[in-house]
Design a binder for this molecule. Sequence first.
Ligand code: SF4
Length: 99
Amino acid sequence: MSPYSGDAYVALDDSDVSRITQAQLPVIFQRQGGDAPEFLPKLGAKLSANAMNVCVAFDGSAGATCSCRIYEGRPSACRQFEAGSHGCREARRRLGISA
Ligand code: SF4
């Protein structure tokens, strides 16, 4: 059974799409709302061992030992997300992980 859930996870820009495709990870073109629908590329998601939707490049468990399989080639959105930032602490709080 494929670990890939078919859902999208993180938004990609054009340069991300070519790196992610070369890494043989799924790129999803997810329809956005509006009168003129747009299809934006995103990196796919998978179900973790504890049935959470996580990025396909994520290994391990949130709040425990974990890593990004494509860290050097990770998407621009991931590069802009700073560990310890307000957004990071909010995400940890939502997952029940100490900030
Ligand atoms: S840093 Fe890596 S594991 Fe985390 S969302 Fe980005 S690509 Fe996925």
